[in-house]
Design a protein around this ligand. Sequence first.
Ligand code: BDR
Ligand code: CA
Length: 312
Amino acid sequence: MKRIPIIIDCDPGHDDALMLMLAFGSERFDIKAISTSAGNQTQEKTVSNALKLLTLMERRVPVFRGAEKPLLRDLIIADYVHGETGLDGPSLPQPIFEAEPIPAVEGLALILQQSEEKLTIVPTGPLTNIALLISVYPQIKDKIERISLMGGGIFRGNISPLAEFNIYADPEAAAIVFSSGVPITMAGLDVTHRALVFQEDIIQFRKIGTQTGKVAADLLDFFSKFYRENRLELNGGAALHDPCAIAWLMEPEIFKSKACYVQVETQGQLTTGTTVVDFYNVLSQTPNVEVLYDLDRKRYIEMLADALAKLP
Ligand code: BDR
Ligand code: CA
């Protein structure tokens, strides 16, 4: 089977870490590079976390440092979920290599320009780097097959009543990406709050017996505490958001989705950072986003377990 060529832009982050484990462990992807966004923690910490995770998984791809802050706004971080380091819980190895010497926007542009085939971009943090990339190098859009991202939602928010963290953190960047004309798949909170990981799944991951399986379980132990204490309606499950953006590329048939017209609110008094999804196409606009809203949770967990079993 031909591997799917991708670039990952992430802000590890516990669920970003599980996303990287799924991407590297599944062997379905030709991962050209990773860039890091500031989001769950500062840029300094997310880039260091990406290097630590690659060291743990004994994988090496170019890692590019992304923007230090959102396009226009002050940086907000999600340390209330991901802790002081961004990956609180496990003990992680020190990185055995460094980030590339050029910034993400230049590094990703070079990779896309030099690629003979179109590449898919998988962003699982705020969209600052991707907005910069397509603003500074607009012709590069022709080299992007699709953007499969985690962010937004139809019906609910998690940082404000209607806005999801990744979009809210840099709404101007998200607005640039959503209106770019590049095909987008959006794994928002509707689907990720069904992508639940429970205690028994964490036990199963730990039993795999590998160093990566143990770190995955330690990460999820820490991460799921926030959900157990703050999202009682999930019945002890933790919303494992970011791996959805990768899992859809692997097995789209396990998801339910609908093509919709989606724009990002940047001005609203109460709704800044909301993805406004025209689910019933009342505006009669051409859909620009494949919106995911449900998945086969059991299969999702199986895919994660399979990937973890293939990593050291
Ligand atoms: C998103 O925000 C981050 O905290 C997670 O890593 C995920 O990408 C969920 O709203
Ligand atoms: Ca993330």
